[in-house]
Design a protein around this ligand. Structure first.
Ligand code: ADP
Length: 266
């Protein structure tokens, strides 16, 4: 029969059984569903800033242009929404590359100190602007890790920016780098904040794309709802762990593990 022929053909192509074909169909269905959902999510996220920009421009065109102060205020608001669209586009490109596996990690052995050094200035600036005390506790400068440097930088930036964003006035952010005696082959990095914390039921959800506990707070602070989804993907691509501990109104600690590369093998 033609079905038999098709199976023979697929077998020749390297696909071994109808079971394998079924699995392949399931995989394609999953990708298709993922695409549909992703497009739905994106359209939804784009709508808010675009309609806001439209509203500001429309008001200006309808006469507000004559009032210099209103003029400035509306243009500033429109600009803020344009900026949001820019962040969103950047994060969307990043996450779609990570989720489709298009972005391959370029693993190299580097000093962890180097990664942190590269990003500390801009993070210090952000913390100061928000009146948050950012402390990176001393750690062994000879610690080496096997990572994709840019991806791990992105992880630290996302975690520390969140710790600043979801903090309280005059709050603190502390970064700890440490090795556990029982797991000498890993380096752990914890980002601890004194912020608003996350409700227990929401902890598993914060790594879902576009999930936010408080939509308006996230948006107001320039959030895209993609930061932790990106972190999760990057850690998975490295085969490493990502752990969240949090208590509402007390604070959160986000911990990642990295593959240590400076061990002397015996
Ligand atoms: P966003 O762009 O909204 O910050 P993320 O993916 O980085 O998106 O985080 C998702 C949600 O998780 C945030 O909207 C916020 O509700 C919560 N969250 C993330 N980091 C923290 C933190 N350090 N403290 C409290 N809540 C946090």
């Amino acid at each position: 029969s033609s079905q038999r022929d098709e199976l023979d053909y697929l077998t020749k192509q390297g696909i071994k059984s109808s079971r394998t074909i079924e699995r392949e169909i399931q995989r394609l269905n999953r990708i298709e569903n993922y695409r549909k959902e992703f497009i739905g999510d994106i359209s939804h996220e784009l709508k808010t800033p675009i309609f806001a920009i439209q509203g500001f421009i429309e008001t200006l065109l309808n006469g507000a242009l004559e009032d210099e102060e209103v003029n400035r205020e509306f243009l500033r608001k429109a600009m803020r929404n344009v900026n949001r669209l820019i962040y969103l586009t950047k994060d969307l490109m990043e996450i779609s590359k990570l989720e489709t596996g298009e972005l391959k990690s370029e693993i190299e052995e580097i000093y962890l100190y180097e990664v942190i050094h590269d990003i500390i200035e801009s993070l210090n600036y952000k913390a100061e602007k928000e009146n948050i005390k950012l402390t990176i506790h001393d750690f062994d400068k000879n610690l080496k890790v096997k990572v994709d440097k840019n991806q791990v930088k992105q992880v630290f930036i996302n975690l520390i920016e969140n710790a600043i964003k979801y903090n309280v006035p005059n709050g603190e952010v502390e970064v700890y780098v440490y090795v556990k005696p029982k797991q000498p082959e890993r380096v752990f990095v914890s980002v601890k904040d004194t912020g608003i914390g996350i409700d227990e039921k929401d902890i598993p959800r914060v790594t879902e794309r576009f999930f936010r506990v408080d939509k308006s707070r996230s948006r107001e602070r320039g959030g895209t709802g993609l930061g932790l989804a990106i972190v999760k993907h990057i850690m998975e691509a490295h085969g490493e762990k990502f752990h969240i501990e949090s208590e509402p109104n007390k604070g959160s600690t986000f911990t990642i593990s990295l593959h240590r590369a400076d061990m002397v093998r015996v």
